[in-house]
Design a protein around this ligand. Structure first.
Ligand SMILES: Nc1nc2c(c(=O)[nH]1)N[C@H]1C(S)=C(S)[C@@H](COP(=O)(O)O)O[C@H]1N2
Ligand SMILES: [Mo]
Length: 555
């Protein structure tokens, strides 16, 4: 049953306007708060609200911009946020009122805000694909809610009005047949005083929903602000970190290591595009001022060190390609970065490993664990407690302030982010997080190769064509890459220079394409001479195998 919206003037019209405005504010509030919460979880730096605000400030003309930046920009984010909230509330009330004048108009205004949010988020430099979910959910939810409140309370359909009347056991006392509301119009409300009771119920129920909605919005918004505060605070600490110089810096990338082919995987992954895999619902915001790393278990001396002590250690630096065991053949869960860190071997030597140990169980601040063979952390490879990625402190999503990097092992058994503890133990006594869930206790990275060019469904011109991609076999290195066109003989690809044996290598292979459908396969030969297996295996329990195959058509 609808709320009063008949009289063009007077108390009822006032109340109607108040109700529509309130509905706009509450529905949009719930949507925006949900969006902010999602953003705080999936992409800590990207709040659609502040992205829009910053976008607006950026678009202001000269003098005004200076003024706005002085007012909001640097120090007082609270003023900025409060201003945004007030502006949004006014616009949301306008959306509600527009929805009253014409069905769909208010929803359209909210959709415009949603697009503004998407555009603003897209303009951020450090954005992940997931960040777009936030503005889309915010606007979508606000629209669905407002449409629901409209049809449930503010402008119910005639059928709903009649049913409510019927349910209330009353006849509608309007003379003649009930007027049919035009689309976009609001349903008529009986003016009979007897209607007061039913209307009062509706009003109470409407206000109850609005109150509940407002509470949800405030709670979700508050949670989002708190999560963001934590990550913004840690981001502030991160920005002040001065990374030490490595004793032995990684040599600069030689020109010969990089092939100039459009569409090939970049040799060094942009940290913003680096795949992210973890069990953390909310990216841990680890305070590096209070963070501690402990070494426990089968050691002569337990060790506790803080971030400053870790940064003071002699650092190594190396390019290492890390990969996820869940990566499918041809998949993207692999990345290559320049890591800076302290060799784990030196930490373990300081602690003094007791005989009998064969595993190091690393634990993150959020409880994730990985079981790494002790040998992989004490042999000559560059297993390190990493503090730097591509010359900067670790991004929060990649484990700030410190994580493990162990060349040659899948992430789930080695690459613990937000590292808190290393427990020296045995495979008999302990298991990493994924092992009881059906994944192998040992996870050496399998030799793999990928075709980047052409991608599936590509339609290159017939004739000379250069296929290209990457191949990796961390710890063993890549000796050769071979491609096979349409089931013909395997032919050798040309390898770019390797950075080292722990990183992927770019390859290219010239092909002579006839017009028509083709199938290209790739396989690698590792540094020990072993040919990558063509046997097809799924990721579980210890990594997918098979030759990456791309189907395409030459024109
Ligand atoms: N704390 C923590 N560290 C973790 C994980 C996790 O779930 N939690 N996942 C691991 C897995 S499965 C992989 S593949 C790598 C991915 O590292 P990245 O997100 O920096 O690419 O992190 C590893 N470290
Ligand atoms: Mo993984």
């Amino acid at each position: 049953m609808g709320l009063p919206d008949l009289a063009p003037n007077g108390r009822e019209a006032m109340e109607a306007r108040r109700n529509w405005g309130l509905a706009g504010v509450v529905c949009t509030g719930v949507g925006v708060a949900a969006g902010e919460l999602i953003a705080a979880v999936v992409s800590p730096s990207a709040s659609p609200v502040s992205a829009v605000g910053q976008g607006v400030i950026g678009a202001l003309p000269g003098g005004t911009k200076e003024w706005a930046i002085h007012l909001f920009g640097t120090s007082d984010k609270t003023v900025f946020l409060a201003t945004m909230v007030v502006i949004m509330a006014v616009l949301a009330a306008v959306a509600g009122l527009l929805e009253r004048t014409r069905r769909g108009l208010g929803l359209a205004l909210i959709a415009v805000f949603g697009v503004a949010g998407i555009v603003a988020v897209a303009a951020r430099p450090d954005i992940s694909g997931m960040a777009f979910v936030a503005p889309v959910v915010a606007a979508g939810l606000a629209m669905v809610l407002l449409a629901w409140v409209r049809s449930r309370f503010l402008a119910p359909s005639l059928a709903r009005v009649l049913k409510a009347e019927y349910d209330a056991g009353r006849r509608a006392r309007v003379p003649g047949p009930p007027p049919v509301p035009a689309p976009g119009d609001t349903a008529p409300e009986p003016t009979d005083p007897a209607a007061g009771a039913g209307q009062g119920t509706t009003r109470r129920s409407f206000l109850g929903y609005m109150g509940a909605g407002a509470a949800v919005a405030v709670l979700a918004g508050g949670a989002a602000v708190m999560l963001r505060r934590a990550s913004v605070a840690v981001a502030g600490l991160r920005a002040k970190v001065v990374l030490p110089r490595a004793l032995r810096p990684a040599p600069p990338v030689p020109a010969a290591a990089v092939l100039d082919i459009a569409g090939i995987t970049p040799l060094v992954t942009d940290p913003n595009n680096f795949y992210r895999i973890d069990t953390a619902l909310v990216v841990p915001a680890v305070n590096s001022d209070t963070w501690k790393l402990t070494v426990t278990g089968l050691v002569e001396h337990e060790i506790t060190m803080d971030f400053a002590q870790l940064l003071a250690k002699p650092m190594v630096e190396s390019y290492v390609t890390i990969g996820c065991v869940s990566n499918d053949v041809g998949g993207n869960l692999v990345g290559n970065a320049r890591w800076l860190g302290w060799p784990v071997r030196e930490l373990l030597a300081e602690a003094g490993v007791k005989p009998g140990a064969d595993m190091v169980l690393s634990r993150s601040t959020d409880g994730f664990t990985a079981g790494t063979p002790l040998a992989a952390m004490t042999d000559a490879r560059n297993a390190m407690i990493a503090v730097g990625m591509d010359g900067a402190p670790l991004p929060l999503v990649h484990g700030y302030p410190a994580r493990l990097i162990v060349p040659g092992l899948y992430g789930y058994v080695s690459a613990t982010k937000w590292l808190a503890e290393l427990k020296v133990t045995t495979f008999t006594a302990d298991q990493g997080y994924w092992t009881p869930l059906g994944w192998s206790a040992l996870g050496p990275i399998k030799t793999a190769s990928r075709i980047d060019v052409p991608n599936a469904g590509a339609t290159p011109a017939a004739g000379r064509y250069v296929a290209a991609g990457v191949a990796w076999s961390p710890e063993r290195g890549i000796a050769a890459v071979q491609v096979q066109l349409d089931g013909g003989p395997w032919q050798g690809a040309t390898l770019a220079a390797a950075l080292n044996k722990d990183t992927w290598v770019q390859w290219q292979a010239p092909l002579d394409l006839t017009a028509g459908h083709h199938q290209l396969k790739v396989r690698a030969v590792d540094g020990t001479g072993a040919v990558q297996t063509g046997d097809i295996a799924p990721p579980a329990p210890n990594g997918a195998t098979g030759w990456h195959t791309v189907e395409f058509t030459a024109r």
